[in-house]
Design a protein around this ligand. Sequence first.
Ligand code: PLP
Length: 406
Amino acid sequence: VFTAARVAAAPEDPLFGLMKAYREDPSDKKVDLGIGAYRDNNAKPWILPVVKKADDAIHNDPTVNHEYLGIGGLAEFTSAAQKLIVGADSPAIREKRICSLQTISGTGAVHLGGLFLAKFHPQNPTIYLSNPTWANHHQIFSNVGLKIAKYPYFHVQTKGLDFDGMLSALQSAPEGSVILLHACAHNPTGVDPTQDQWKQIATLMRARSHFPFFDTAYQGFASGDLVRDSWAIRYFVEQGFELCVAQSFAKNFGLYGERTGAFHFVSAPGPDAALSSAHVASQLAILQRSEISNPPAYGARIASRVLNDPELFKEWEADLRTMSGRILEMRSGLRERLEKRGTPGSWDHITSQIGMFSFTGLSEEQVMKLRTKWHVYMTKNGRISMAGLNTNNIDYFAEAVDSVVR
Ligand code: PLP
């Protein structure tokens, strides 16, 4: 019989354990480079000015109420989210072969996609995840019963992409495998394929009939340019792939706690594509209904106002440049400081990597020394959240890194 006494304690989530240790550290020098959330130059959460504006407008709108949204979410939000990721002029939209549901942020979108594939893929497929990847991918896909395999991604020596390793793993994966791809600003490495490499990945995946599952959590946040950060997805759509996309608005709108995201399924082009797309949409709606019934309204209302208003959209793009620009400054500032000190090792990867994170190459031992001796908190794999650096702590952090690698 079931009894709570049989339930063993779960291991602590490593990231949340790290946050707790940081909070409990009384040092006034402490630096938090753990959590993947944007911080301003004073290490404080930043409400995007455009989000504040949209939020105020919602408060003053007498037509807004607290009714349920539909199962698929706020229609003006999902249609705008769709245009944002595949492009307003995408053949997938024109040919009515993309369907979109609002989800519980990116996590919920990844989950809905995993659940859908587990249920409707005829072969109980294996999903291939980059090694390493966002840790939650493993939990989400195993929870829905997908088999998980890894493809090489990070090259330890170059601290860049292990492109040959990646291609050969995708080549030998069983035909029709599901391949999880980070659309931009790969988490945790900050390493992305170049456009030419993406083209080669697409060619190989097409030859092997693999199914691309894109995870996009950093559009606009990575380069500051929404189109550039969605290039890979748009390219795969143009190439006629059937694919899906899990889209998060947590980082690029700073709507972390509002759980704002979308799941998109693009059917392959063809005479029956629109019909297949409608079938997929109807099945996704049933899955969504049993899991969350209907998604939360608040964050989607904010994002929708911004995405659908040309003036606010422009302001949002400026806010994106503020965030990505500050992170780029921290990247070049850190590299410059380490190189000036003659810190052993090469540090050009700090500026070639992109997005929220940098995979520093620091060992677990060095990470622990940074924590105990310098009150600097980062994950054991040497990943730092670039947004945790600012003009007040960057010198201190460079000094700390220099001391632990010598
Ligand atoms: N996917 C990746 C690669 C991420 O890094 C994240 C957040 O860190 C997510 C998805 C989902 O985040 P959220 O559920 O907060 O949108």
